[in-house]
Ligand binder design. Structure first.
Ligand code: ARG
Length: 466
């Protein structure tokens, strides 16, 4: 039957040598239509470009090309209207569309598959899809970066504790901390742009694996489909899925950045830290504990990272043992990429919303910045600068001061001059100028440092690069 739905008949597209159709289990394991229908628009676009090229090279007639184009346009509207009937017996999106084309326009449909194979067809469709997804990701990362730049600008001199080992280390500004994420997501975006360049080569015309004897013009189809140029090696073209792996690698790295941010949001929004308040739009309540406001969106962003990393490992594992060229194993590439793409989009969008909406609790950050002897390094640096001590000695003297403050249960700045002089006679009252958290951050003017003046330079640099 033309639509291939007769259980006993062999496959319409490739069943010439087969006496009967596949078993039900074979059909189930073989079919990809359940997920690769997502590629319908790319498949139709690719077929239109291919048909136009075939006609321009005299391989098919202009009339057949017109029929094919009209038929494909009809199919596009049918799919978009939801009236297209996908059949699992027709395996995948390529054969579903071609079978419908045959029903619509008759024999001309059979000429579309001249000088191509499903191997270069799927490589084309999937590459187009991944390229478009990366373009979308690029835009979403730009929005996330913009949200961070706004928060950084408002908080260029908001003092908070900086941490190492999640222990108070030195005072920093919240603006500086935000700009750290701008750097990370900026690198993710650069990786996205680079990957788009990598995959900007058109697979169509590689045919099954060896190229074709028809006088095709691969530069023409490449141009029509918005690629920079055609791929150079037909075997590689149908063999590799490194463009998908590149997408998944980038997605995993980006998700890892998002996950670390999510973790900070979870910590910062606890009553114990209280550095931020999440907006109602990005948190949930508890059904039993009325006081609670949970950072579910951040937690789910953190969890989606596991899922995205899993997709990368899954596809790496699928690909690692395959001899060249195409093997059906590669059909397993799509679900991983589709799932990771959906997760990453959601994660970036949720994070952009959280960053845009969150309330920064400057008073809480300031209070925490001043506790935990966060200006101890400033005291040591002062001893080096003003009292001429070697840094190692200054470190030791400062340690004694911290121990005294700890014993007294006060901050370094609360120790009296006499107490400090008892620890080291070279200390003068000028030391109190560096013991405040504001003085500490203002002094960190090295390139890339936390001083508000530096943070403002970092913001200006990024503003010029969106
Ligand atoms: N559905 C297949 C895939 O996703 C299309 C390519 C099939 N090619 C073949 N020689 N059986 O990989």
């Amino acid at each position: 039957m033309a639509d291939g739905t007769d259980q006993k008949s062999s496959n319409q597209m490739w069943g010439g040598r087969f006496a009967s159709g596949p078993s039900a289990i074979m059909e189930e394991i073989n079919a990809s239509i359940g997920f690769d229908k997502k590629l319908y628009a790319q498949d139709i676009r690719g077929s239109m470009a291919h048909a136009a090229m075939l006609a321009s090279k005299g391989i098919i007639s202009p009339e057949d090309k017109d029929k094919i184009t009209d038929g494909l346009n009809t199919i596009l509207s049918e799919i978009e209207a939801g009236s297209f009937e996908f059949s699992r017996k027709l395996e995948d999106i390529h054969m579903n569309i071609e079978a419908r084309l045959a029903t619509l326009i008759g024999t001309a449909a059979g000429r579309l598959h001249t000088a191509r194979s499903r191997n270069d067809q799927v490589a084309l469709d999937f590459r187009l899809w991944v390229k478009e997804e990366l373009q979308k990701t690029e835009g979403m990362l730009t929005a996330l970066i913009a949200a961070f730049l706004d928060r950084a600008e408002e908080n260029a001199d908001t003092v908070m504790p900086g941490f190492t080992h999640l222990q108070t280390a030195q005072p920093v500004t919240f603006g500086h901390h935000c700009m750290a994420y701008v750097e990370m997501f900026g690198r993710d975006r650069a990786r996205v742009r680079h990957a788009i360049e990598h995959m900007d080569e058109s697979p169509i015309g590689a045919a099954a694996l060896a190229g074709t004897g028809y006088p095709i013009d691969r530069h023409m189809t490449a141009k029509a489909l918005g690629f920079r140029e055609p791929t150079r090696n037909s075997i590689d073209t149908v063999s590799d899925r490194d463009f998908a792996l590149e997408f998944l690698s980038i997605a995993s790295i980006c998700a890892t950045h998002l996950s670390r941010l999510a973790e900070e949001i979870v910590i910062w929004s606890t009553p114990q830290f209280g550095f931020i308040r999440l907006s109602d739009a990005f948190s949930t309540g508890s059904s039993i504990m009325p006081q609670k406001k949970n950072p579910d969106a951040a937690e789910l962003v953190r969890a989606k990272t596991g899922r995205i990393n899993g997709s990368l490992i899954a596809l790496l594992t699928v690909m690692k043992g395959l001899p060249l060229a195409y093997s059906k194993d590669m059909q397993e590439d799509k679900e991983q990429v589709f799932d990771a793409a959906e997760s990453l989009e959601l994660a970036i969008a949720a994070m952009t919303g959280m960053i845009r909406d969150l309330e920064v609790r400057k008073d809480r950050m300031r209070a925490a910045a001043g506790s935990g002897y966060s200006t101890a390094t400033d005291l040591a640096d002062w001893l080096v600068r003003e009292a001429g001590l070697p840094f190692r000695d200054a470190h030791h003297v400062t340690g004694n001061a911290v121990a005294l403050a700890e014993k007294k249960g006060c901050d370094l700045a609360d120790l009296s001059l006499e107490e400090l002089q008892a620890i080291h006679p070279g200390i003068t009252k000028g030391v109190f100028d560096v013991l405040s958290v504001e003085a500490s951050v203002a002094s960190r003017v090295s390139f890339g440092g936390t001083a508000p003046s530096e943070v403002k330079k970092q913001i200006a640099w990024w503003r010029g690069r969106n």
